[in-house]
Design a protein around this ligand. Structure first.
Ligand code: ATP
Ligand code: MG
Length: 560
């Protein structure tokens, strides 16, 4: 794992260097970028990297960034995905303004350019099957073989291409190919397919078309139509760049965009591929695309990740030319840093253990002042009720504690946060021998949490007042995969973590958390950051734990 968060923000990355020098030299008056999702799934954090880069550069250099749906494959694309992509880009904090486009906006133009290539002798209609085209393509070490249809005359090609468009040719019977060089070292230049026949309706163009352009034919030409100056894409397109440039050179396009490749964002313990994520959704391994364990933006939103934290992670992980893996602990570190500044503190108990304060009067309630956010004085304070019956976290008590356990135990005194010192006097068990209640006493002199005689305690526990507490469901998450590189042996399902979700059905939270709205975030002291889930109802809140408080990445850095 490399280069996590060590990028010097002041130094420009290689793409920003190029953009800056293109601006400085006057090569481009305005910088125009685009984010081009294919609407065949929900966006994930890898897309966030591309969104932050494209929209970020446009912002920094006073240009604009287009949102363009790369909707050239009607078979896998759905309007649900289009809606979710728009929502997620906005949520991440970016705005395309009027610049919403679709590759399908250019179908007519692209078709004309298909004819243009045919007329120039630079494209031909091929009758070989997909399989034959593959076998003719050759390998990295052997040249390809020319198709027997390669030398058709221009008129015949034009007639056949028009017949393809008019619906007179069945699926798969013919394709349009660029006529470049079957012996080219770069396989993408061995007469790549530009159009295929698909008698399928398209979400936007309906039944207007039964031939659809390939990615290679659509992408660069869409860039050119939109006057994109810098077309940023991931490294797997590097080998397509000569074709990108060939098409731009051989067509009467209105502008000449430049493709620049950067390394994909990979994250440990995570898969980032819509195809694989779809498999998890369809196989019922998660509860939908927005399952809080998913690396999708909708899953992260539901889990409680703030968009600013995702932007921070995207920025600090840098722009590289070589693939690398970002440590999940680094993303979580970014999430914690943001939540630490912005989340109010509250108290709640995940696994309640009842505590009765024997010397506290029945029916008395003390309203104790608690700080909302020690990182933000402006967040003020609130009152938390304290009464004779409380809940503490059952892990915070041990009947027979080992040496290093400093929390509550028989005869021991601890502090209850914002409240008093209490001492455990008696342990009550059920018939199975399980501890079900602690009888304690409190010292009224320690009101607010300090003893006037200066005596110290070794632990401060969180707690809630039993009669005032709100019962909630809380969902705790572990990584969806137990391997840092899921699917490295081929099968991602074999690497699923069977314990990625734990549901606590009856956690108790302080009363101020009764009416949080879905999406609101808090820190539960000592337990982590939590976010109200959309499953929250008027009767019953549901919380997701966004992340615990333990920052493993910061510790790793400190150790060096
Ligand atoms: P997936 O592999 O998840 O299906 P994709 O690249 O096919 O991703 P697209 O919808 O085609 O998904 O991608 C839209 C844009 O996002 C492209 O420019 C693509 O390069 C970029 N992108 C996708 N995944 C990543 C990633 N992991 N890191 C950086 N950019 C990415
Ligand atoms: Mg794709």
């Amino acid at each position: 794992m490399t280069d996590n968060g060590d990028t010097d923000n002041e130094r420009l990355d290689f793409i920003r260097e190029i953009v800056r020098s293109d601006r400085a030299s006057g090569r481009h008056a305005a910088i125009v970028t685009r984010f081009p999702p294919e609407p065949n799934g929900y966006l994930h954090i890898g897309h966030a990297k591309s969104i932050c880069l494209n929209f970020g550069i446009a912002d920094e250099f006073g240009g604009r960034c287009h949102l363009r749906f790369d909707d050239t494959n009607p078979v896998k694309e759905e309007t649900e995905y289009i809606r979710s992509i728009e929502e997620d880009v906005r949520w991440l904090g970016f705005d395309w303004g009027d610049n919403l486009f679709h590759a399908s906006d250019y179908f007519e133009q692209l078709y004309e350019w298909g004819e243009y290539l045919v007329k120039a002798g630079n494209a031909y209609v091929d009758d070989l099957s997909a399989e034959e085209i593959r076998t003719h393509r050759g390998t990295l070490t052997e040249p390809g073989k020319e198709s027997p249809y390669r030398n058709r005359g221009i008129d015949e090609n034009l007639e056949l291409f028009r017949a393809m468009r008019n619906g007179n040719v069945p699926d798969g019977a013919r394709v349009l190919r660029a006529k470049i060089d079957m012996a080219a070292g770069n396989i993408n230049l061995r007469d790549p397919v530009l159009y295929r026949i698909l008698h399928v309706d398209h979400p936007r163009t309906g039944d207007a078309w039964c031939i659809y352009p390939t990615y290679d034919f659509a992408h660069g030409q869409s860039d050119a139509v939109e006057h994109i100056t810098h077309s940023l894409c991931t490294l797997e397109f590097e080998a397509h760049r000569p074709l990108y440039d060939w098409l731009v050179e051989h067509l009467p396009v209105p502008s000449k965009p430049r493709q620049i490749e950067f390394a994909r964002f990979n994250l440990s313990y995570t898969v980032l591929s819509k195809r694989r994520l779809l498999k998890l959704v369809e196989g019922g391994h998660v509860n939908g695309w927005d399952d809080p364990r998913m690396p999708t933006l909708s899953g992260m939103r539901r889990r409680g990740y703030p968009p600013a934290a995702i932007r921070d992670c995207a920025k600090r992980s840098g722009v590289a030319k070589r693939d690398s893996m970002v440590d999940l602990a680094f993303l979580e570190h970014c999430v914690r840093s943001e939540l630490n500044r912005t989340s109010e503190r509250r108290m709640g108990v995940l696994r309640p253990l009842k505590v009765v304060i024997e010397n506290f009067p029945e029916n008395q309630v003390d309203d104790l002042e608690a700080v909302n956010n020690p990182e933000d004085a402006g967040a003020g304070t609130r009152l938390v009720p304290f009464s004779r019956e409380l809940f503490i976290e059952s892990d915070d008590f041990m009947e027979d504690p080992p040496k290093k356990f400093f929390r509550l135990a028989p005869g021991r005194e601890v502090r209850l946060r914002y409240a008093y010192f209490i001492t455990c006097r008696e342990v009550i068990k059920n018939a199975d021998g399980e501890v079900v209640e602690l009888r304690c006493t409190y010292d009224p002199e320690t009101h607010g949490g300090d003893a006037p005689d200066g005596r110290k305690v070794k632990a401060t526990l969180h707690w809630v007042s039993a009669p005032h507490a709100v019962s909630t469901e809380v969902r705790l998450f572990d990584t969806l995969f137990s391997s840092p590189d899921p699917g490295a042996d081929g099968d991602i399902l074999a690497d699923l973590n069977p314990d990625s979700l734990e549901v606590i059905s009856d956690a108790r939270l302080e009363p101020s958390l009764a009416d949080l709205e879905s999406g609101e975030r808090v820190q539960l002291e000592r337990l982590g950051y939590f976010c109200a889930d959309p499953d929250t109802t008027l009767e019953r809140p549901v919380f997701n734990r966004t992340v615990t408080l333990r920052d493993t990445w910061a510790k790793m850095k400190a150790r060096g």
